[in-house]
Design a protein around this ligand. Structure first.
Ligand code: LMR
Length: 393
């Protein structure tokens, strides 16, 4: 049977980590996969996570099953973090999922179940896994214009013009904050305009928010999503604790459904549970137990928020440091990096230039030109700045 298979294509992000690991050069830099690294180049376990881990270790008495929906305190916390204070909070239901990719897939499967002929509109460009996940669920995918490759910002006019065409058979996928891969976020007035369009034309918004806390702050990063949730009848949200709790390998995420009533949201949640049963049955517990423990404890919550804020502040310093280092080489061609939000920036480098970065300088970036600013170390700025200029010329 397997002789009929052709080789699998390499994952454009995950394959980079392996190539980086096997690269013997000492000056190499892994700016591929979206993980935060501290100034020693380590992805740290957050202090609150360490303490919660100890508490769980001391108090756990069983490894028995939790249930199809995972940890319910965690599910409630995810809805609180994103929707508290909105009208959607009382008409939402959540399911814990294996990472936000698990949430994307469960929600895509749910959409297919409700309306198989749905087309999902995704930004051009978008997170590399969006299209494969939507298509694997049987949904059609269409791109809307998003990134202006000259200004390196969002082309709102083109985006809103294209979304005028989306109707009741469509879902529009948006990045809650810290757009992956570009780093260019839509403005609050864009959120308002898309909300109006959703209500006027009947499409459903689907928000993927995987970087809450890495843009303007935990609350500010959810402001656009909250405006939308407050004003639309239905929407779905995929959220992740990989980055803001540093729980990457624990695969900790949630799928949230907002319905026109709590009953509708719960009905959809029930369908997700059946879908999960036929996929992976239930999510792994550890990461969600950690998050639930942290958010149930004031001191741990404060510690987590403080450390997240420190990581975010350092990220801003890295952005300005890189721009300064490039300027010191006599170029203002990368100033836009300072205006981007979150871990990533699309540099505008072509796939050929990205290959030169890797081959000539040992710097690993994603083929679409995305670099992960959050993986930079202060002492690497000049090396990266010189390399960016060298391959641009
Ligand atoms: C990324 O974009 O680097 C991350 O979200 C990792 C992933 O799952 O692809």
């Amino acid at each position: 049977m397997f002789k009929q298979l052709t080789e699998a294509p390499q994952d454009p992000i995950l394959s980079l980590s392996i190539a980086y690991r096997d690269d013997p050069r000492t000056e190499k830099m892994d700016l591929g996969i979206g993980v935060y690294k501290n100034s020693d180049g380590v992805t740290p376990i957050m202090k609150a996570v360490h303490l919660a881990e100890q508490q769980i270790l001391d108090s756990s008495t069983t490894k028995s099953y939790v249930g199809l929906a995972g940890n319910e305190a965690f599910n409630q916390s995810m809805m609180d973090l994103l929707l508290i204070g909105t009208s959607a909070h009382s008409r939402a239901a959540a399911v814990q999922t294996p990472g936000a990719s698990g949430a994307l897939r469960m929600l895509a499967d749910l959409i297919y179940l409700a309306q198989p002929e749905t087309t999902v509109w995704i930004s051009d460009p978008s997170y590399v896994n969006h299209k494969p996940v939507m298509e694997a669920a049987g949904l059609k995918v269409k791109y809307y214009p998003y990134f202006d490759r000259v200004t390196k910002q969002v082309n709102s006019e083109a985006m809103l013009h294209a979304l005028e065409e989306a109707g009741p058979k469509d879902v529009v996928l948006l990045h809650g904050c810290c757009h992956n891969p570009t780093g260019a976020d839509i403005s609050f007035s864009d959120w308002q305009a898309i909300t109006e369009l959703a209500n006027k034309n009947g499409f459903m918004p689907f928000v993927d928010i995987a970087y809450q806390g890495f843009g303007d702050g935990l609350e500010q990063d959810a402001a656009g999503l909250q405006h939308m949730a407050d004003n639309v009848e239905e929407m779905v949200i995929a959220t992740s604790c990989s980055k803001n709790f540093g729980l990457y390998r624990e695969r900790t995420g949630a799928a949230i459904v907002v319905g026109d009533s709590l009953r509708q949201a719960q009905k959809a949640r029930g369908r997700i549970l059946t879908l999960a049963r036929s996929t992976y049955t239930m999510p792994p517990d550890h990461g969600a137990a950690l998050v639930a423990t942290i958010l149930a404890d004031d001191a741990l919550t404060q510690s987590w928020k403080k450390e997240l804020n420190e990581m975010n502040q350092r990220l801003l310093t890295l952005r300005s440091g890189l721009v300064k280092a490039v300027r010191a080489q006599g170029s203002d061609g990368f100033d836009f990096i300072e205006h981007h939000k979150g871990m990533f920036s699309v540099t505008g480098l072509s796939p050929k230039q990205v290959a030169r970065l890797r081959d000539e300088c040992g710097i690993y970036a994603v083929g679409d030109g995305r670099i992960n600013i959050a993986a930079l170390q202060e002492q690497q700025m000049d090396y990266l700045a010189k390399a960016l200029i060298a391959v641009s010329n």
